[in-house]
Design a protein around this ligand. Structure first.
Ligand code: SF4
Length: 520
């Protein structure tokens, strides 16, 4: 979906901090951003704010406007959700696709698109924003037999109209449409080589590399062309590919991103990033697509081939910690159950300390807090209430401080917190700024002690496989010890779940099928 940027893959600034080049379009990009020669964009921004590298960002500079949620900038973001539907005879295939995408909205909120085919034509409707915005003027009306859909959150390639998926192209064999969840780690090299040969790209995404490579694979058999293409790319990808007469689903050999298969009540098939999307269209879950597997669905039925095999599987463990919906089942494991187990393991690692109550940071801390409560015997209470109407479109007035932005999202339940020794459960700490503000909120509501328990190990590395993370130096755990982080957050104690506890929670004690790279 997104294209690796030049330079070190970890050198990614959070989107909300990326300056707009349109501020001064007459200057070269670096100068327009206020960079001096040899300075990175991040260094330029830090300098403009009077920060030194590694320092936790403070309030916005005068005149700076946060055009994002007050909460989400400090969270990691999933980059996409994909859906593919094969349903000959289904009159409302675009609506089915829309419903499935709606269940995956948490995986991407910047843009959405649906493409439908009847074999002769392909009709696409795409737009920016949430599904409700992207399809404000209607969905595809073509009465077709197959469709693919996509919700996107961009890291790079940018949040531009041209990058909205599904993308498609026309070849002598007919059209081909594609939707991608993941991140190709060698797309930049392939793109450079293809550009040197005169190849043009219509988007800034890495996903288009796959389409172009397929066209150049020069095989008569489509599956062979796809297989040959996939063997040239590296990184993470779960794909749905739409051709006039077939729908293809692919998962990369290491299985970074999820993809599952379901059966519609009337007999069609659904491919989706998470099983919650199958539930949304009343499809029965059949199975997960295996890492390195390609399934082809056409009028003859469903065929499966293994196009590549990896020695070590690397399913993203953050899907279980934070990204996926708790009602989804990924690779045979309930996300809810794994989060509950993370809470139980945390409680075991908390043993020896005393507290009165357990409260979650809503929403993603809730299930782990329930597990913690069950294991420790401490009562589970709601201590923070989330305002569900503060979304990504929220624009904070310039004069309001960043502390207030967190309070717009979360408000304490004083009756539950006052004079209590509180265990506060959250899924992760990225830069530490939001966590510090939440702790401060809980303290100001009267908590006597705050013990912060995190249901993941310290995040010390950026992700190269499709998750928008802070750059490494902005990750608080890459710069500080756990004790130092605890001091910055202002907690009485700080406990991170150990890698051993995490792997136990996801049923992989020997670490044979999960990626833990961001903790190493
Ligand atoms: S590096 Fe972290 S976020 Fe990225 S795929 Fe691996 S576990 Fe997931």
């Amino acid at each position: 979906m997104s294209t690796p940027r030049p330079g070190h893959p970890c050198d990614r600034a959070p989107r909300e901090n990326r300056p707009c080049l349109r501020q001064n379009p007459t200057l070269p990009p670096a100068q327009a951003r206020g960079q001096t020669p040899g300075q990175t964009p991040g260094q330029a921004r830090a300098q403009a704010r009077g920060q030194t590298p590694g320092q936790i960002p403070g309030p916005p500079a005068q005149g700076e406007v946060w055009k994002t949620s007050p909460y989400s900038p400090h969270r990691w973001r999933e980059e996409c959700g994909v859906v593919g539907i094969w349903a000959p005879g289904e009159e409302h295939i675009a609506d089915l696709c829309y419903l499935a995408l709606f269940a995956l909205q948490h995986r991407g909120q910047e843009s959405a698109g649906i493409s439908v085919t009847n074999g002769l034509h392909i009709e696409s409707v795409k737009g920016m924003g949430l599904l409700t915005d992207a399809f404000r003027n209607g969905r595809p009306t073509l009465n077709g037999h197959a469709a693919i859909g996509h919700v996107r959150y961009s890291t790079y390639g940018g949040s531009l109209n041209c990058n909205v998926q599904p993308i498609f192209a026309y070849s002598p064999g007919g059209f081909v449409g594609l939707a991608h969840n993941g991140n190709l780690t060698n797309a930049e090299e392939i793109k450079a080589a293809m550009t040197a040969e005169g190849c043009l790209f219509q988007t800034k995404t890495d996903s288009e590399v796959i389409l172009n490579q397929m066209a150049r694979a020069n095989r008569e058999n489509v599956e062979e062309a796809i297989g040959a293409t996939l063997r040239t790319i590296t990184g993470s990808y779960s794909l749905v590919i739409l051709l006039p007469d077939r729908l293809v689903g692919v998962r990369d050999p290491r299985g970074y991103r999820p993809l599952c298969l379901g059966r519609l009540p009337e007999g069609g098939y659904v491919l989706a990033s998470e099983s919650c999307a199958l539930d949304a269209v009343k499809a029965d879950f059949i199975r997960d697509i295996e890492p390195g597997e390609m399934v082809t669905i056409d009028h003859k039925g469903l065929r499966s081939t293994i196009f590549d095999k990896a020695e070590k599987l690397s399913s993203c463990v953050f899907e279980y910690i934070y990204f996926a919906r708790p009602d989804s089942v990924l690779d045979g494991l309930s996300v809810w159950t794994s989060r509950f187990e993370m809470g139980r393991e945390l409680a075991k690692e908390f043993k020896g300390r005393e507290a009165d109550i357990v409260i979650p940071v809503p929403d993603t801390g809730i299930t782990a807090a329930l597990g913690f409560s069950k294991e420790s015997g401490l009562p589970y209470l709601e201590g923070l209430i989330k305002n569900r109407y503060v979304g990504r479109s929220f624009i904070m007035p310039q004069q309001i401080s960043r502390e207030t932005t967190v309070e717009m999202k979360l408000n304490p339940v004083r009756a539950n917190l006052k004079d209590r020794r509180v265990v506060l459960i959250d899924d992760s700490i990225v830069r530490g700024t939001t966590s510090a503000r939440i702790v401060s909120l809980v303290r100001r509501a009267g908590a006597k002690e705050v013990h912060m328990c995190i249901s993941s190990p310290p995040i010390t590395q950026s992700c190269n496989y499709g998750i928008d993370t802070s750059i490494r130096k902005e990750l608080i755990a890459s710069n500080m010890s756990v004790e130092e982080i605890g001091n910055v957050l202002g907690v009485d104690s700080l406990i991170y779940l150990s890698e051993k506890g995490l792997l136990k929670s996801v049923g992989d004690p020997a670490n044979q099928r999960n990626c833990l790279e961001c903790f190493s």
